[in-house]
Design a protein around this ligand. Structure first.
Ligand code: SF4
Length: 492
């Protein structure tokens, strides 16, 4: 057992509100927590960026810029500024007993001498977990002697459109919700600190709290007895997986033995997992493919969706395509041709992307996209943006066809492991050469981060060239794999 720190930050304490085992492992077994990966770091960076942006809306605010680990420095700076009656504080620090929190925005009402606590969130609405988070902060602040009169969440406003960012944030008063939770804070903290003093790891089984609101950092430790393929892999199972787990069903083979309301797709997955045979409904596939028209145009977009909008007409998290790959298969007897587009500067990609997209897609044949809803929505957004090309872009949407429902409804192979994503289906049906393993950019999140790096003024020429190559290779791979998948379907 490690000594319990004199002060525990709100972030760590909240782990205990989720699961007592999580806080215990955080303090006594930090070696079990994997290092923060690039995707999680990107989320932290985004949260910090939104926090910085929110401060701009309070020009008189004073930032307490002690580093996150400098608890005592931040506490003493806060105390001094409060004694000086500073009206708006950013990152004010408070501690009570062993609990420590920093408050995004704290506003003094000079008339009542009471404070308004504002928690900034990078979401576009208030989520249930925000209430516990803010209630814990309010508890620490109040107990340390600061009177609060109002508690709010300041979240991104989904109605806001660039370049008019004056309504980027929306303030929601959650004083009543916090009040309703407030009395539960002290008993929970008592439970947390009692648990931390125990010699053994609390005996807590896995549950929905491992996955929500985010995946717990200790999942790889606590879930080590769950096999790689289990009832958690069943498609569209959602929360019903916990009903199965409670009944002792973990292996897919166990699921066959119980009376449970599985969907048609889940039943098929269970049956073919059991036999190990591959399911193919040739007639249904043929019928579906007969609606596809040559030339087949295989399309894949990569998009960026910044929390703080930076392209005309866009709101928070709106997707803007910056890259596409198109393979065209003119006739069944011809080889495919390929075109690619990658925007490389920090201006609006749509101006150059739209004409390039229309040229690459031509005016005839089916446009094939895996989970085509995503591509259709992006094209509709491009059409809404460009009056000049609106009709031509909307014509592209009418040509869309999608291999995903064909695979999901009429093909199953054990190697899918319950997933119908292109990255699972392609290597299972076409062989390992169609796997994304080992690629520098291997998924959409990597591509987004790659784009931000690509347009950064700090990137060197050599780094930029290498990155471009990796990004083009990834997007190209997506359409190349779709071509091979289509050929495989036609061969059936
Ligand atoms: S993985 Fe689940 S059981 Fe393990 S610490 Fe996290 S929330 Fe608790």
């Amino acid at each position: 057992m490690k000594p319990i720190p004199k002060l525990l930050s709100k972030t760590k304490l909240l782990r205990g509100f989720r699961c007592l085992k999580a806080i215990y492992l955080t303090i006594h077994h930090p070696e079990l927590e994997p290092p923060v990966d690039a995707a999680t770091q990107a989320l932290f960076d985004q949260g910090n960026e939104v926090g910085r942006e929110a401060r701009k809306y309070y020009p008189d605010g004073v930032l307490i810029n002690n580093q996150p680990w400098d608890f005592y420095g931040a506490l003493s700076t806060t105390q001094r500024l409060i004694e000086n009656q500073t009206t708006i504080l950013f990152e004010a620090a408070f501690a009570y007993q062993r609990c420590y929190a920093r408050i995004d925005i704290l506003k003094l009402n000079p008339e009542t001498k009471r404070f308004h606590l504002i928690e900034v969130k990078s979401t576009t609405k208030v989520k249930p977990e925000h209430i516990t988070d803010t209630a814990l902060q309010a508890w620490i602040v109040s107990k340390s002697g600061i009177p609060l009169e109002k508690i709010s969440i300041l979240h991104l406003n989904s109605e806001c459109r660039y370049p008019h960012l004056d309504n980027l944030f929306k303030e929601v008063d959650i004083t009543d919700e916090v009040r309703a939770t407030y009395l539960s804070i002290q008993p929970k903290l008592h439970e947390i600190f009692t648990t931390l003093q125990q010699p053994n790891i609390p005996n807590i089984d896995i549950g929905p709290y491992c996955l929500l609101p985010t995946v717990c950092p200790f999942k790889s430790h606590c879930w080590q007895n769950i096999p790689e393929i289990s009832i958690f892999n069943l498609p569209q199972i959602k929360n019903k997986k916990w009903d199965l787990y409670q009944q002792g069903v973990i292996h897919l083979s166990d699921a066959n033995a119980i009376d449970f309301d599985f969907s048609e797709l889940q039943t098929r997955v269970l049956n073919y997992e059991k036999t190990g045979e591959r399911f193919i409904d040739h007639d249904a596939i043929q019928k579906n493919l007969s609606t596809w028209q040559f030339p087949l145009v295989f399309l894949d977009f990569e998009t960026v969706n910044p929390a703080i909008p930076r392209f005309e007409g866009c709101g928070p998290y709106h997707h803007v395509p910056f890259q596409f790959s198109v393979h065209v298969w003119q006739t069944p007897n011809e080889k495919t041709t390929h075109t690619a587009f990658l925007h490389e500067t920090n201006d609006d990609p749509r101006e150059t992307l739209i004409p390039a997209l229309l040229k690459s897609c031509g005016t005839s044949g089916s446009i094939v996209a895996y989970f085509s809803q995503f591509e259709s929505e992006r094209i509709q957004a491009l059409a809404d943006y460009s009056q000049e090309h609106k009709q031509d872009l909307e014509n592209l949407i009418t040509r869309m066809v999608d291999p995903l429902p064909i695979i999901r409804d009429y093909v199953y192979d054990r190697a899918f492991a319950g997933s119908f994503s292109l990255k699972s289906v392609a290597p299972a049906l076409l062989g390992e050469s169609q796997s994304y393993e080992g690629m520098q950019i291997a998924n959409g999140n990597d591509a987004q981060r790659g784009f931000e790096q690509l347009i950064s003024p700090d990137i060197s020429f050599k780094e930029k060239e290498q990155l471009k190559e990796a990004m083009l290779a990834y997007c190209n791979k997506d359409t190349e794999v779709m071509v091979e998948l289509a050929k495989w379907l036609f061969r059936l």
